[in-house]
Design a protein around this ligand. Structure first.
Ligand SMILES: Cc1cc2nc3c(=O)[nH]c(=O)nc-3n(C[C@H](O)[C@H](O)[C@H](O)COP(=O)(O)OP(=O)(O)OC[C@H]3O[C@@H](n4cnc5c(N)ncnc54)[C@H](O)[C@@H]3O)c2cc1C
Length: 512
């Protein structure tokens, strides 16, 4: 094991958006920062896959080494609320990265028997939007928890309101078939939510005041923006050490006090290099910032912090929910789906209750998928003959057991049967494919935190605020998408929490 002398003002753990932005703010204030990242790459849940037309189907590389032509984000892809105050707009401008706002393209709802008529599809979409607004206003005006009449209270779920017979979801729908279609479309919400409507707490629906309105896509993908931040960090003297898995963070001050030694203000961080397979390295600094994703902290916090975190913080780490969302890219020589359509909402063909270990075909048949056509006339650069499929909640978890090619082939068969023109008999061949498995990634273990879930009366949006609070007299701070009350689950949340943590660390450092 090698121990380095007191080497930094702040050790930042994790080089995703929050860790990078906190490091930038600290370095700009003249502080010595060392950034430890477990993976060999930086960016965390910002990751852009690139490939070119010569990339063979069998090639599983994350990035084309020569002449990447196409780029698709498998983590964050949109700057939500680009014109409504999202701080990432300023970052993109600072680094000269063009951001494109897509032109609106038509969407289609694909029912069990084919595309729905435009007027029915429009009605279902308008009803869903009205039902969501009604859920938010119900949450804002009701007393919250419902009495069961036996002196106990129960948490209503979003599903209990949205899918109730009196819900605006069903306004003007005559037949039970139309009502089933409305429910299936409402289940597309499990993709942005990362979990089922049955799990989300109605009480806190719409509580977040997040950036919304215009969506913008940075040209070249989010990894490009991340690399430009890292370049600036390096120029400011920040050391970025990739492949360093942090295994323990010790409050050495507390230990020294216990041993009645001379007080030194330091935090000790032990890491294993070569992505956790190499040698132990110990760093010491005046302060540390942890940006490890919440799902990873859930598994590790018991052994990671010495002494353990306060019981309240541990309880919140255990309680706050992390959801599932994965993307699958299917690329073809020529597109075989309707060219003018930008987004397909592919509703399930089967409503049997999910089995414990469903086949891939069953998984796709039983879930609502959102499928984007990357060659639709949306006016974005980098058009490619590809479909990008979003799979959410339990289905996103289920597909992670399968290989990239197994998922791609099963999804191709399923979507070809659902989206093709009935007269098409060409049997198109897949040319390239890629998918994310955020749940299996040891340094992510899920997509992002979800809105507040039911099940524990203590759950509330304040948990996200509490997760951001520093401990150890301010020398151990926390940032990341889980640490922002209004913007959790987004790049904006990660960036804002990183900025806030840097500010509070600077205050603490000024007093040492
Ligand atoms: C599929 C998907 C789509 C999304 N789409 C959008 C979108 O369109 N718009 C949007 O705003 N947001 C989106 N998000 C959310 C957004 O990507 C995240 O909120 C944001 O990137 C999180 O940044 P972070 O710094 O909190 O965490 P991360 O980016 O996960 O960074 C944490 C870092 O810590 C590292 N780490 C973990 N354990 C250790 C350890 N022991 N030692 C050292 N390092 C460690 C990880 O490797 C990682 O690099 C999406 C997320 C997903 C998964």
């Amino acid at each position: 094991m090698s121990t380095t002398p007191l080497l930094a003002d702040t050790l930042v753990v994790g080089a995703g958006w929050s860790g990078l932005i906190a490091s930038l703010k600290l370095a700009q204030a003249g502080k010595r920062v060392v950034l430890l990242e477990a993976r060999k790459r930086i960016g965390g849940r910002a990751f852009t896959h690139s490939w070119n037309d010569a990339t063979p189907l069998e090639d599983n590389s994350r990035n084309a080494t020569n002449e990447p032509v196409h780029a698709v984000d498998f983590g964050c892809s949109w700057i939500h609320g680009y014109n409504e105050g999202n701080p990432v707009k300023e970052l993109a401008q600072r680094y000269g990265v063009k951001v494109h706002v897509p032109k609106s393209t038509p969407s289609q709802i694909i029912g069990p028997h084919g595309p729905l008529a435009a007027d029915l599809a429009a009605k279902l979409q308008a009803n869903l939007s009205a039902a969501q607004s009604a859920a938010t206003s119900q949450a804002r005006t009701s007393a919250g928890r419902l009495s069961k009449g036996d002196g106990q209270a129960t948490d209503p779920s979003l599903a209990s309101f949205l899918l109730a017979p009196a819900s605006p979801l069903f306004t003007g729908l005559e037949t039970s078939e139309e009502k089933h279609l409305a429910i299936a479309l409402a289940r597309s919400l499990h993709i942005p939510l990362g979990t089922s409507l049955e799990q989300i707490a109605l009480t806190w629906t719409g509580f977040e005041d997040n950036f919304a309105g215009t969506d913008g896509a940075p040209e070249g993908g989010f990894s490009r923006l991340i690399n430009l931040v890292a370049k600036e960090l390096t120029s400011l003297g920040v050391e970025i050490r990739t492949g360093h898995v942090v295994e323990q963070i010790t409050n050495s001050l507390a230990q020294q006090q216990q041993q009645q030694q001379q007080q030194q203000q330091c935090v000790e961080v032990s890491a294993k290099d070569e992505e956790g397979k190499g040698k132990d390295v110990v760093y010491t600094a005046k302060s540390a910032l942890v940006t490890i994703p919440l799902a990873v902290l859930k598994e590790t916090h018991g052994n990671l912090f010495k002494p353990k975190l306060p019981a309240r913080k541990q309880d919140i780490i255990d309680r706050v929910n992390v959801g599932n969302l994965n993307k699958v890219l299917l690329t073809y020589e020529t597109p075989w789906w309707p060219l003018e359509t930008g987004t397909f909402f592919v509703l399930p063909t089967s409503s049997s209750s999910p089995s414990a270990s469903p086949s891939l075909a069953d998984t796709f048949r039983e879930t609502t998928l959102i499928v984007s056509s990357l060659c639709a006339p949306h006016g974005l650069p980098g058009s490619t003959n590809s479909l990008l499929v979003m799979v959410g909640a339990q289905a996103a978890k289920d597909i992670e057991q399968y290989t990239r090619l197994e998922v791609a082939e099963a999804l191709h068969d399923y979507l070809y049967a659902r989206l093709k023109n009935p007269s098409d008999t060409t049997q198109p061949k897949l040319r390239h494919t890629f998918y994310s498995r955020w749940g299996q990634q040891p340094f992510t273990r899920g997509a992002t935190t979800t809105p507040v879930v039911i099940g524990d009366p203590s759950n509330s949006p304040l948990d996200f605020e509490e997760l951001s609070r520093p401990v150890w007299d301010g020398r151990l701070s926390f940032a990341g998408e889980a640490c922002d009350l209004n913007h959790r689950g987004s790049v904006a949340g990660a960036v804002l929490s990183g900025e806030r943590a840097a500010k509070s660390i600077l205050k603490v450092l000024s007093k040492l």
